[in-house]
Design a protein around this ligand. Structure first.
Ligand SMILES: Nc1ncnc2c1ncn2[C@@H]1O[C@H](COP(=O)(O)OP(=O)(O)OP(=O)(O)O)[C@@H](O)[C@H]1O
Ligand SMILES: [Mg+2]
Length: 274
C-alpha cells in the first residue's frame, strides 16, 4: 500500500506543480447566493495556439432556472461555448457573467462549485462507487449518497452488485456499461446540487432502455437549474426555453422548438430528418 501510495503521491505532486493558465484575479471575490442567471455578452473566442476564430460576437442570455439547448454540426463551437463558463478557457472578447458579475472577477473555486457538468465521456477514477459519487462533495453522508444515486436511477443497480456501494470501479474495478457510468456521473451532480448545469449529451449509442433512464434522470436534474444542454438527439430538447443552432458561421437560428419548426430552416431540417 505504501509503494502504491508513494507513486500516486509523486504523480499528484507533478500535477499540483503545474501552473494553471487561468488564475484568480488578485482582487477576485467569492460567488455567493447564486440565482443562476448566465449571460454571454458579445463573446468572441479563439484557442491560443490557433488564431482561427471559433466564436464571434455571440450573445446568449439564460435567466435563472431556464434552459438553453445548443445544436449544430460538428466543430461549430458548442463544447467551446460550454467550456467558457467554468473558465476552462477565457474569452478573447466580450464577457461571460453569472448573476451580472464578470466570471473573471470571481474566484475559480467559488465559480466552479456552482456549476455541475455531465460529460459525453464519463470519467470514473479507481475507487469504490461510493467514492466516485461523493467526488463532488467529499464530506457527504451515506444517506446523501444513496439519495443522489436514487435520483440518478442507479441505486437499484448498485444494490445488486456483490459489494454494493463498496464495489470497486475504474481501472481495475467492475466493468460498467456506458449508461451505468453516466448515471453514476449524474448522481455526482445531484449530490453536488449546483444551481448551474452543463450537459454534454452522449453521442455514443446507448440502448433504448438506458437511454430512457438517463433522459429521465437528466430531466429531473435540470429542474430549477440554469441548464445548457448540447443536444445530439433533438427529441430531448423540445422543451428547452431557447434552442440555438450553432454553425461554423456562428449562431444561425434561435428560438423555441415551435418557432424554429415554423421557420422551416436548419433546425426544422434536422428535426424532420429524425
Ligand atoms: N483545445 C482546442 N484547441 C484548438 N482548437 C480547438 C480545441 N477544441 C476545439 N477546437 C476547435 O474549435 C472548433 C469548435 O470545436 P468544438 O469542440 O467547440 O465543436 P462542437 O460544436 O462541440 O463539435 P461536436 O459536435 O463535434 O462536439 C473546431 O474547429 C475545433 O477544431
Ligand atoms: Mg462538442
Amino acid at each position: 500500500m505504501m509503494q502504491k501510495g508513494l507513486s500516486g503521491f509523486r504523480r499528484f505532486l507533478d500535477v499540483m506543480e503545474t501552473e494553471p493558465e487561468i488564475q484568480d484575479a488578485p482582487d477576485a471575490v467569492e460567488l455567493k447566493d447564486v440565482k443562476g442567471r448566465v449571460c454571454y455578452e458579445d463573446v468572441s473566442f479563439h484557442y491560443s495556439d490557433d488564431e482561427t476564430t471559433v466564436l464571434s460576437h455571440v450573445s446568449i442570455e439564460i435567466p435563472a432556472g431556464k434552459s438553453v439547448a445548443l445544436v449544430g454540426p460538428s466543430g461549430g463551437g458548442k463544447t467551446t461555448i460550454c467550456s467558457l463558463l467554468p473558465r476552462f478557457y477565457d474569452v478573447t472578447g466580450g464577457r461571460v457573467t453569472v448573476d451580472g458579475q464578470d466570471i473573471r472577477s470571481l474566484t475559480l473555486k467559488s465559480l466552479r462549485s456552482q456549476i455541475g457538468v455531465v460529460q459525453q465521456d464519463v470519467y470514473l477514477f479507481s475507487g469504490s462507487i461510493r467514492d466516485n459519487i461523493a467526488y463532488g462533495k467529499p464530506d457527504a453522508t451515506e444517506e446523501e449518497i444513496i439519495e443522489a444515486a436514487k435520483c440518478a436511477n442507479i441505486h437499484d443497480f448498485i444494490m445488486e452488485l456483490p459489494d454494493q456501494y463498496d464495489t470497486f470501479v475504474g481501472e481495475r474495478g467492475a466493468r460498467l456499461s456506458g449508461g451505468q457510468k453516466q448515471r453514476i456521473s449524474i448522481a455526482r451532480v445531484f449530490l453536488k446540487n449546483p444551481p448551474i448545469l452543463i450537459l454534454d449529451e452522449a453521442t455514443s449509442a446507448l440502448d433504448n432502455e438506458s437511454e430512457r433512464w438517463i433522459q429521465h434522470s437528466l430531466e429531473e436534474l435540470s429542474k430549477n437549474r440554469t441548464t445548457i444542454t448540447i443536444a445530439h438527439r433533438l427529441s430531448t430538447i423540445k422543451n428547452a426555453d431557447e434552442i440555438i443552432v450553432i454553425t461554423e458561421n456562428g449562431i444561425a437560428e434561435r428560438g423555441t422548438h415551435e418557432t424554429l419548426l415554423e421557420k422551416n430552416g436548419i433546425y426544422a431540417g434536422y428535426y424532420n430528418m429524425t
